[in-house]
Write a protein that binds this ligand. Sequence first.
Ligand code: SAH
Length: 257
Amino acid sequence: MTVYFIGAGPGDPDLITVKGAKLVERCPVVLYTGSLVPAEVVARANEDALVLSSEAMDLDEIVAVCKQAHDNNQDVARVQTGDLSIYSSLAETTRRLDDLDIDWQVVPGVSSFQASAAALGQELTLPEVCQTIILSRASGRTPVPDKENLKSLAKHEATLCLFLSISLIRKVVRELKEVYSDDWPIAVVEKASHPEQRIIRGTLADITEKVEAAGIKATAMIIVSKVLQEKDFNDSKLYDNTFSHGFRRARNVEANS
Ligand code: SAH
């Protein structure tokens, strides 16, 4: 018996992996994060399966569902939003399962920061402009360690993807303005990949107003980066015909000399 922690993807039921979908289809117990994972994602569960939303459960209750399934020798599909490596409570849950000697495995998923980039049609790394992505959040009820404060992260000028922060947009913008000019590009994607998806583009000067006017309060990704505006970047070396790599010889070496 195993508890499979499955990344459900960002919302679109087609954005779960094939592996995750097959497990949802065959596990007799399906426990999904009803607050963020649409019911359609788990609609592929077997009609005899016990399908439960963990929306109103605390950690003890979630562990109790796993323990009960374990005692019945039934596999569990624990389906959570996006990917399990980011703000998922995987660590605290698996620590409890280890104490109970219950086996578990993780199946990765498409994270909402990736779905948000896709919605924007945006590569988050541009050759020579930006080669780093920082995934973080504003400090709120869950404090962020001081060394990771937004101001210090912003100083890298890497692409910043902020989870769980939209309700703190005023504070986020205030802190970013301490490092960036008012015209620094920022975008908000609400419910990426859901039918209700909305995209707001702006700058530090106007994004707060736009987000508040749109009434966006939850399930949104904030992306802060010069890549959102940059059109003047060099082609990458990957497809450059003067550049050799493991899979391709340079064709036009002289042009490179
Ligand atoms: N593990 C998840 C993140 C869970 S934390 C992942 O990999 O995506 C929940 C936060 O994720 C939300 O506050 C929001 O910032 C973001 N989020 C989740 N689904 C989203 C979606 N469809 N569109 C935009 N942001 C989303």
